[in-house]
Write a protein that binds this ligand. Structure first.
Ligand code: DGJ
Length: 710
């Protein structure tokens, strides 16, 4: 329900209210949190009227959705624009509500003297409590308008919020979290890598010191954008604080002619009073209902076999057919042919751009392999990296002018490849024709769309075009999906360097990380899970000795880590011992049996001590759950810890079973010996907990809980 009260605009979702105050400086977030009664909402403005202070302007500028210099705002501003140096002092007034439905508000304001208008579009999704906000700016006259910065939104935070958690990482170690006390001044993260990036995921959590996984105030912010971005969390000198996100623009990247409009990417944000896990459940619900395609949601996500870590560039049809047979026998449902199948691609120095099957290796095209895979009852998937070109390729030799480049600076080497200029129509046409004809010729149900370098010099005809390049990529993906709606696409960028809601709106799966090291993966997957649900999280069982970390980990652990995502295998199946084959087959059977719960249940991360990683997945109706406990390190006391389950129905009775590993090597007698046939109330499992047995480090126990019929 949407209510207007005087200057207040109130949006309501299942559990929250979002209240905007229409001030002279524009719409400001006055309250955003747990749902309030209408009479309490009416008191908000009075209660939150700011105390005047000394040594400051007599009129304090509000933290509007897009605060301006013209309003006298002293924090980092929400918009910076000018006309050749003039009109730098924009001040948007007369905010008018142009659309107001159950869950949407559109607000228009203008700076009449500068002939610029500003529009905000806000949608609060009822079921998920997730807000989507975007801002656009339009030039009303013939003098060009340069936009240096236009945030998607600036969201004022309640004063009790005193900590933030940011995300950082690197190749093969994405989604690391960093919790810091909010300090006076600005926390600013800027990404100029031209893709979402490994090191600066555009996400932020704002919370209190006391927020835990299961309890407390938690706000989450994510910019759905696959290019350059900027995140600000500022605590101003007057004590107010806010979060602001938007597309980071390079010099003169956006110059609007008369009537033209710049549209920011969407900022997605949510609030939960039920801690970080509650917040993640909001985002997961939103992704599942609003971002993913119905056709993809309707069917179980097929278990993958991916060829990369088995053969790398050494493609050979017979070897691949053998792998396909073994993958099928173990339980794979989709066979994905990774890098190395196209013309001249024997290593990473050549071939990108020449999207024709290499007949030196595949004399009959991909038909024999594809037919074999299909006849075996699996789907076929293909790796591509359309945005890139190797200088050693027919495409580059023919069109050296098709790449992005700086005007004077030399190209920065990066995996021997350059970036095609997608802002050129002829480049997009070429790529569309190649992809379309491959998808038409081969019965392909899946593309792994990779992107393996940063874009440091996003120049086209002398101008910076990072944003246009991203928009052109989105257009290409949209066009391809329209023509081939049954083909699923995975977003991969050297692992997880392009993971965001912008790309996910055009793809169906995310390649989380190139690291298949299960211990590192647990942490990476935990970080990813703040904003993304398990059904889009690509997770593969990798080789015994991880190719990236060289750590040797047991098959039980590797399998238990992968089976909680969109599961796959990526290893040389010829190297498996009988025991490993047994474990892998059992893990895939386990995954398929519980796939619906894993992919659609509510994720509950548990606050774990340093030596463990613990989470559960509980079905929406509380009937069943899986809980995973991994001991990652040696513990510093002799007795193992007690596992406190969470989010079960307290008064219902659950049958508790140890479901994984297949053969748990208990060192001593333990409580687990007495579980058979035992049932416990949800209350007992959550409040008393279960004494865990002795475990070696790098062991995962998965418990199943099923409510008994009362
Ligand atoms: C990087 C990806 O992340 C890998 O999974 C693999 O597809 C390689 N590219 C292939 O070049």
């Amino acid at each position: 329900m949407t209510i207007s009260q005087g200057n207040l605009i109130v949006l309501e979702s299942k559990d929250t209210n979002f209240v905007l105050n229409m001030t002279a400086d524009g719409p400001c977030v006055l309250y955003w949190g747990e749902k309030l009664s209408a009479s309490t909402i009416a008191m908000t403005a009075t209660l939150l009227t700011r105390q005047t202070s000394h040594g400051v302007a007599s009129k304090e500028a509000s933290i509007s959705l897009c605060p301006t210099r013209g309003s006298g705002f002293t924090g980092l501003d929400g918009i910076q624009l000018h006309r050749n140096g003039r009109n730098w002092d924009s001040h948007f007034i007369g905010a008018e509500i142009v659309k107001h439905t159950k869950n949407t508000i559109e607000i228009l304001s203008s700076d009449k003297s500068a002939s610029v208008s500003l529009a905000h579009k806000i949608i609060l999704d009822h079921d998920s409590n997730v807000l989507s906000i975007a801002t656009s700016v339009t030039n009303g006259i013939s003098a060009p308008l340069t936009i240096d910065w236009c945030c998607a939104a600036t969201i004022q935070l309640p004063s009790r919020i005193n900590q933030i958690t940011g995300f950082h990482g690197r190749w093969a170690n994405e989604f690391q979290t960093q919790k810091i006390d909010q300090f006076t001044g600005a926390y600013v993260r800027e990404n100029v890598r031209g893709r979402t990036s490994h090191d600066n995921f555009p996400g932020l959590l704002a919370h209190t010191k006391y927020t835990t996984e299961l309890d407390g105030h938690a706000y989450g912010f994510h910019l759905g954008w696959s290019g350059n971005h900027r995140t600000v969390s500022e605590r101003m000198f007057d004590g107010r604080s806010f979060v602001q996100m938007g597309e980071k623009l390079l010099a003169a990247e956006v110059i609007l002619q008369e009537g033209e409009r710049y549209q920011s990417p969407n900022l997605y944000a949510s609030y939960s009073a039920a801690g970080f896990s509650g917040l993640s459940q909001n985002f997961h619900r939103f992704v599942r209902s609003e971002i993913l395609r119905d056709t993809v949601k309707a069917r179980p996500r097929p278990v993958h076999y991916n060829t990369w870590e088995a053969v790398y560039f050494n493609h050979d049809v017979n070897t691949l057919i053998t792998l396909a047979n073994k993958a099928k026998a173990i339980g794979a449902e989709r066979f994905v042919l990774d890098d190395g199948w196209f013309k001249g691609r024997r290593d990473d120095t050549a071939g990108l751009g020449d999207w024709y099957v290499d007949t030196a290796i595949y004399p009959d095209g991909l038909h024999p392999l594809v037919n074999h895979v299909l006849n075996a009852g699996m789907e076929f998937g293909l790796w591509v990296e359309p945005e890139m070109v190797n200088p050693d390729s027919d495409l580059y030799r023919k069109h050296p002018d098709w790449v992005l480049k700086a005007e004077t600076a030399p190209q920065i080497p990066f995996r021997n490849q350059l970036v095609l200029d997608l802002t050129k129509q002829e480049v997009r046409d070429y790529l569309f024709e190649r992809l379309d004809s491959l998808l038409t010729e081969y019965h392909t149900s899946y593309l792994k769309w990779d992107m393996n370098r940063d874009i440091y010099h996003p120049g086209s005809n002398g101008y910076a075009v990072t944003g246009l390049q991203v928009r052109a990529l989105y257009g290409l993906l949209d066009k391809l999906r329209l023509k081939h709606p049954d083909v699923e696409i995975e977003s991969c960028a050297s692992g997880g360097a392009r993971i965001d809601y912008g790309i996910l709106s055009r793809t169906d799966r995310l390649w989380t990380s190139d690291s298949n090291d299960a211990l590192d993966r647990l942490n990476i997957q935990r970080g990813l899970s703040f904003f993304f649900p398990s059904n889009v999280m690509g997770a593969h069982v990798g080789p015994r000795d991880c190719h990236i970390t060289r750590r040797v980990l047991p098959a039980d652990l590797r399998a238990a880590t992968a089976l909680f995502g969109h599961m796959g295998m990526e290893l040389d199946l010829n190297e498996l011992t009988d025991d490993e084959t047994k474990v892998l087959t059992a893990a895939i059977t386990f995954h398929k049996k519980h796939r619906h719960l894993i992919h659609h249940g509510n994720l509950v991360r548990l606050d774990s001590e340093d030596h463990a990683s613990t989470f559960g997945i509980v079905s929406e109706n509380g009937d069943e759950a899986l809980f995973s406990y991994t001991q990652t390190k040696t513990r510093d006391v002799t007795t193992p810890e007690v596992l406190y389950f969470a989010k079960l129905a307290p008064l219902r009775t659950y049958k508790l079973d140890l479901l994984w590993p297949l053969d748990f090597d208990k060192k001593t007698t333990s409580q687990l010996d007495y579980l058979d046939g035992h049932t416990f109330t949800g209350e007992a499992l959550m409040k008393i907990g279960l004494q865990l047995p002795h475990m070696h480090p790098a062991t995962t126990l998965v418990f199943g809980l099923k409510a008994t019929i009362s």
